[in-house]
Design a protein around this ligand. Structure first.
Ligand code: B12
Ligand code: SF4
Length: 470
């Protein structure tokens, strides 16, 4: 009988100035896990960022993590010395998730039970690459003859850096569901013949690797039809595409019925695009089938696309977290970005309020620190959002490779083009001479104080202030 291929998949721990489990799951790695399983392979997953991991709970003397009512919560963290490159940033630096010694034990246990044919490591934000490199090093120390493959966001946006410095045997950029089988065939000699023609063909992400799951992240679309100057979405998925309504509803129902999941978060970049053919029928079906879940959208939604019907459906189907992209009050910049106007934002908030979602519970994303932007512009934008009765989440701009703003920032601020650490949103501000660090801190305080005023303006605010970026 033929031996089944064995793979170990790892989501590394991270280093950062701040991090929070805002419904964070390594969704891409879980898709790859299920593709491998569907094609006759055995898979083990170690998620070093799982707050429910027994080894991480043991460290803290807990039997369950302290989550908030919707399943989000703080990661386990330990303060560490800042890398010299970022030592001038006046903030503390932490490692979040499973400590390296614990990860080592977990890997050791897995590879001693069954030696894998390959280890697949994912990578999140570009500036989290240290944890990725350390994880690969660990794997190479423990099982030097097992090939390590690296993919994910860092691997896609800094492919050359990852190839040169990560220690992985193979770095694969972009979506992995279609590329992983041919790559593994070549590397291990196993024969995989299956090809996937559309996103609807992909099996459901492999959440069965989590014994306890408080929430699930999902994607109903891939890519985005717009092309904002600071966004790298096109590097992952070239063309926007939607999954079938029935397959999305099936997935939501599955999580509710088979895993008792009550919180679902959408990772889509463009959830509301073609709403009449996509999100509206999905939500109508969720309502008709009485699937009782809370929906959350940590990514900014396109305010212009929220009409009265969509606002009603969002409220009736159980949306609890709604974050809207607005970015700035500066009209010239709004036109440049071709995104959202004041009118769009006002209408969206009005329609949500009318449908029963109070403006004080909506969070509006503003961008801070774009090349050419001034602190005054940001302050004016904050004030405007607060006047509309909504809360603000400030997203510090950081340049991302393969975007228009990256080219501008590299030139303007003479940034080294090959150091992912400097793409951290807490570091870039130091390079921006239009903003001082004090400006950033002051604006964050203005936003937080205003948010508190908005929240406290009515006694029964329902969503707590989780401005993780502040
Ligand atoms: C969802 C999301 C979030 C979520 C959290 C995601 C999480 N898992 O924790 C939230 C909303 C919290 C978030 C926050 C932020 N985000 Co974000 N986010 C995304 C988004 C939209 C989707 C990521 C995702 O999960 N995709 C779904 C899965 C299916 O894809 P995937 O993980 O990439 O995996 C695929 C491939 O990479 C590959 N793959 C993955 N692993 C492996 C392994 C192997 C071996 C192989 C072969 C392949 C492979 O195959 C997978 C399947 O196709 C991306 C944009 C995008 N479209 O990618 C931005 C993105 C990653 N975010 C970005 C940014 C800027 C941010 C913020 C900094 C915004 C801000 N200014 O505050 C914050 C930072 C948060 C922090 N703690 O520091 C940037 C990247 C920044 C960077 N320098 O890395 C992106 C690219 C968007 C952009 N603007 O261009 N984000
Ligand atoms: S910022 Fe949003 S709307 Fe703009 S290209 Fe990226 S995902 Fe699309």
């Amino acid at each position: 009988m033929k031996r089944r291929p064995q793979f170990l998949l790892i989501n590394p721990y991270i280093y950062d100035f701040a991090a929070y489990d805002l419904w964070s799951k390594p969704l891409g790695l879980l898709y790859i896990a299920s593709v491998l399983e569907e094609n006759g392979s055995d898979v083990k997953v170690i998620d070093a960022m799982d707050r429910w991991h027994p080894a991480v709970l043991r460290l803290q003397g807990l039997d369950r993590p302290k989550s908030r009512p919707f399943g989000d919560g703080h990661f386990f963290k330990e303060q560490v010395t800042k890398p010299s490159l970022v030592s001038s940033v006046p903030r503390k630096y932490y490692r979040y998730g499973m400590p390296p010694s614990v990860l080592e034990k977990e890997i050791r246990r897995e590879v001693e039970t069954v030696k894998p044919d390959a280890i697949l490591v994912t990578s999140g934000m570009t500036y989290w690459y240290q944890g990725v490199h350390e994880t690969i090093r660990l794997c190479k120390e423990l099982v030097p003859d097992v090939p390590v493959l690296l993919g994910g966001i860092y691997a896609t946006l800094f492919t050359d850096h990852a190839t040169r410095t990560s220690g992985a045997d193979l770095v694969i950029a972009g979506e992995g569901e279609r590329t992983i089988l041919p790559a593994l065939s070549k590397l291990t000699g196993f024969e995989y013949t299956r090809t996937y023609s559309s996103h609807d063909d992909f099996p459901k992400p492999a959440y069965h690797h989590y014994p306890t799951l408080e929430y699930a992240a999902m994607m109903t679309t891939r890519g985005c039809p717009y092309s904002c100057s600071f966004c790298a979405t096109h590097s992952f998925t070239e063309h926007f595409n939607r999954r079938r309504v029935s397959s999305v509803v099936e997935e939501i129902a599955f999580y509710r019925q088979h895993r008792d999941i009550r919180n679902i978060t959408f990772y889509d970049d463009a959830l509301f695009v073609n709403a009449d053919a996509h999100i509206k029928p999905i939500l109508r079906e969720v309502i008709a089938r009485h699937i009782k879940v809370h929906f959350h959208t940590p990514n900014g939604l396109f305010a212009r696309l929220i009409d009265e019907e969509l606002a009603d459906l969002l409220v009736a189907s159980g949306f609890k977290t709604i974050r809207l992209s607005y970015e700035t009050k500066n009209i010239e910049r709004q036109q440049q970005m071709r995104k959202v106007t004041d009118h769009d934002l006002e209408k969206a908030l009005e329609r949500l309020q009318h449908a029963g979602f109070p403006s004080r519970d909506a969070v509006v994303y503003l961008i801070m620190g774009l090349p050419g932007q001034t602190p005054f512009e940001v302050e004016e934008s904050i004030q405007y959002v607060h006047e509309l009765g909504a809360r603000v989440s400030l997203s510090s701009f950081s340049p991302i490779p393969h975007t228009e703003e990256w080219n501008k920032a590299i030139e303007l601020f003479q940034l080294p083009a090959d150091e992912p650490l400097l793409t951290n949103k807490s570091i870039y501000p130091l390079k921006h001479d239009g903003f001082t660090m004090e400006d950033f801190e002051r604006l964050k305080t203005v936003a937080t104080r205003g948010n508190r005023r908005v929240r406290d303006s009515v006694e029964s605010a329902t969503i707590s202030d989780y401005n993780v970026y502040a």
